[in-house]
Unconditional design. Structure first.
Ligand code: F1P
Length: 348
């Protein structure tokens, strides 16, 4: 309820999606003030591996962050669900050497994430850094460094503003730890690029979100964009209860392509570095009748026109996918603020 008036379905989610650029601005202020602590947390010992972790959306964020960090730094990095670290430590952690564990959580109170961090610390496996949105919750008290981004807080169950704000923080962390702090200057251009996207996209998102001929959605992304493809696929499930699945671009040919029908929408998170090979997959699926939506910096249905380097602009792939899921949810008479059978936090 806002001012005692019942909320319209999706009112929270709409506000959270459209306020992301402002949330990013606030997050960049927090990150700027912590740059020295972020650097110190990485430089104070040498690590055999950096592991990013979370659950659901924040596990997908961890996938995207690990790929970006390794691409920028050359340091071995991977992402695992917090439940794997907690319950399968032998297949998660290296037998020797210290680990830098980055635990990511909107709520800061998801059980698996807390248990994974507690067992990591009790086994003295290395250093813990946490990224979350609520400073008073348990996770924000566990790390050697605890970065809290309050502007990512949200009322909706399905993450949008929280995800993109925490992802922005992970992008800054990766740049600083890779010794490329000068890249942070590029991040300040993101809110303006985000505002322009959010002004331009609603029509396209509404047209696709209300296209009732569409029955299944595939999100393709590779390298640092695969984790984002996973997140957008989860949004489509959580908000609109639609069948959706993420794939690495060229993996789609190895079996899943058999599922392509005229009722399919393929969403391609295109890179520059491998654009032609990625476009080839989409062109083949278009021949099989699928509808195609391409996203990149330029010459695509969704074009950022940000002027930001490829590694620093990945957060801009998110808004169209969030709006698409949002519009489809409303068109199906659902309430994206309260997805079916879902809670904002999983407590075990
Ligand atoms: C993790 C999470 C969300 C999911 C749902 C349940 O929460 O799995 O990713 O969308 O809201 O919780 P958190 O640890 O990031 O708070």
């Amino acid at each position: 309820m806002i001012n005692d008036k019942p909320l319209k379905p999706g009112q929270y989610t709409r506000e959270e999606i459209f306020s992301q650029p402002e949330a990013w601005l606030d997050a960049l202020e927090v990150l700027k003030s912590h740059t020295a602590n972020i650097q110190a947390a990485y430089n104070e010992r040498s690590y055999a591996q950096v592991i990013f972790t979370g659950c659901g959306s924040t596990y997908y964020l961890a996938l995207a962050a690990a790929a970006l960090f390794q691409e920028l730094s050359g340091q071995a990095a991977r992402a695992l669900p917090a439940s794997e670290l907690w319950l399968y430590p032998q297949s998660s952690y290296p037998k020797s050497g210290q680990v830098l564990l980055v635990a990511i959580s909107r709520s800061g109170e998801t059980t698996e994430t807390l248990r994974a961090c507690e067992s990591f610390l009790s086994k003295k496996l290395g250093q813990l850094v946490t990224l979350s949105c609520y400073g008073e919750k348990a996770l924000a008290g566990l790390g050697r460094l605890n970065l809290v981004l309050p502007s990512g807080q949200e009322n909706s169950v399905a993450q949008t503003r929280a995800f993109s704000t925490l992802y922005l923080a992970a992008t800054a962390l990766a740049s600083i730890w890779a010794g490329q702090q000068d890249r942070l200057a590029e991040l300040v251009k993101l809110p303006k690029a985000g505002r322009r996207l959010l002004a331009d996209l609603p029509g396209l998102a509404h047209d696709l979100g209300t296209d009732r001929s569409l029955e299944r959605f595939y999100f393709l992304g590779s390298g640092p964009r695969y984790g984002l493809a996973c997140e957008l696929s989860l949004k489509m499930k959580e908000m609109s209860l639609s069948h959706s699945e993420p794939f690495h671009f060229l993996e789609f040919r190895h079996g899943p392509q058999s599922m392509t029908t005229p009722e399919t929408l393929m969403v391609g998170l295109l890179s520059e570095v491998n654009r032609q090979r990625e476009l080839a997959v989409l062109d083949e699926m278009r021949q099989r009748g699928a509808k195609i939506l391409t996203i990149s910096e330029a010459n695509t249905e969704v074009a950022f026109a940000s002027g930001i380097s490829e590694a620093m602009r990945n957060v801009l792939y998110l808004p169209i996918g969030q709006l698409l899921a949002f519009e489809r949810s409303l068109d199906r008479g659902l309430n994206p603020d309260q997805p079916h059978n879902l809670t904002a936090v999983v407590h075990l």
